[in-house]
Design a protein around this ligand. Structure first.
Ligand SMILES: [Zn+2]
Length: 360
């Protein structure tokens, strides 16, 4: 072979190699050398950058969403991590406070978008479930709207700036300020079989052993309602996780959230090493959130993670004079995933959630 022939062969081999990579992979390879921009936040490869997504004033006051972008030096997917969809859920919020400093962008393949506190009005206002500004639940108004109330404008901003930019998403929750909860994840099996399998692998990689199978989520792109469903309906595998409880600042829920996120980074090969997947998942094939028929005071009689039989007394509702009004019982045998453990309840609000264990 002459030198000229050898050069031609190398060129041909290179063309063939380059041609075999999908357009998407090629795009990602190119992207890794470019800045990643979220709102006014620009992260160069191998760096972290933080700033705010501004949610402008509308019919009510505006707000800001604190975001950190960690841009790896190597090509890879974009993972979005959202904490503080509910502002009284502190464990994942605190996990995402310390998380960015623990990721070396020079070791990272791909990009991480961290939403530190999605719902700032609820966080600063110390409210469970609802925004103190518009009374809406941020995790019920997706994909949001730019001309709506503040919760809807937050959702619209996150849909556009975070969900639409991501390849994968985790919505990190915990028991709200009133909920005693045992850790679990949701596997929302509402996409295509291929998407559902990717999502299943994500919940197993995240590492929580109790996994609620959710099969009913709205398909209408204009009314996706939930954060994770909004991602899934846009073709992006997403999970919701629950670690922590009762507005506590304890290390357990925070550590579980952080460990789960690092497991996912290894699962996606964004960091080196193997994730600690759940070895013996407990699949919850049916679950029910029990809602209060009255406004009054709830006295829980069970603990989270407690096994219950059908009919086990979960708690008693009383009026404001201490008179028993109604007993609340388990609708079927299973495990208490969470139970409201502080006194006030309004009609229609959750009292607890019971999960039925899928037979092996
Ligand atoms: Zn929540």
């Amino acid at each position: 072979m002459t030198k000229r022939q050898a050069v031609m062969l190398v060129c041909l081999l290179w063309l063939r190699y380059a041609g075999s990579a999908s357009g998407q992979e090629m795009a990602k390879r190119t992207e890794a050398s470019e800045n990643f921009v979220v709102g006014t936040i620009t992260a160069a490869p191998g760096t972290r950058a933080s700033g705010f997504l501004e949610v402008p004033k509308g019919t009510d006051a505006g707000t800001r969403i604190p975001v950190t972008v960690i841009r790896g030096i190597k090509p890879g997917p974009v993972l979005a991590l959202i904490a503080g969809t509910h502002g009284y859920e502190y464990s994942p919020i605190l996990a995402m406070q310390r998380f960015p400093a623990k990721v070396d962008p020079r070791e990272l393949a791909g990009t991480i978008i961290v939403v530190h506190v999605a719902n700032m009005p609820s966080f600063l206002g110390r409210t469970i479930y609802y925004s103190p500004v518009d009374g809406k639940n941020l995790n019920r108004v997706y994909p949001g709207k730019d001309d709506g109330t503040v919760s809807e404008r937050i959702a619209a901003s996150i849909t556009r700036e975070v969900i639409d930019r991501a390849d994968y998403l985790v919505d990190l929750h915990c028991g709200d300020g009133n909920e005693a909860l045992r850790p679990y994840s949701y596997w929302e099996a509402v996409g295509t079989p291929e998407l559902n399998e990717k999502t299943r692998q994500m919940v197993l990689a995240f590492g929580l052993d109790h996994i609620v199978i959710e099969t009913e989520r709205p398909a209408d792109l204009a009314k996706t309602v939930y954060t994770s469903n909004t991602a899934i309906r846009r073709g992006k595998p997403a999970i919701t996780t629950e670690t922590g409880l009762l507005g506590r600042v304890d290390t357990n829920g925070t550590d579980l959230a952080e460990a789960g996120v690092f497991n996912l980074l290894r699962h996606f090969k964004m960091l080196s090493g193997e994730p600690q997947r759940v070895e013996h998942p407990i699949w919850i094939d049916r679950s029910e959130v029990l809602r209060s028929p009255v406004t009054g005071i709830f006295h829980a009689r069970v603990q989270p993670d407690q096994a219950v039989a059908k009919g086990t007394l979960l708690g008693v509702l009383t009026d404001f004079f201490g008179n028993a009004v109604q007993e609340v019982r388990a609708p079927f045998a299973g495990v208490v995933l969470y139970i409201v453990a502080t006194p006030p309840v309004s009609q229609g609000e959750p009292l607890g959630m019971v999960g039925h264990l899928k037979p092996e």
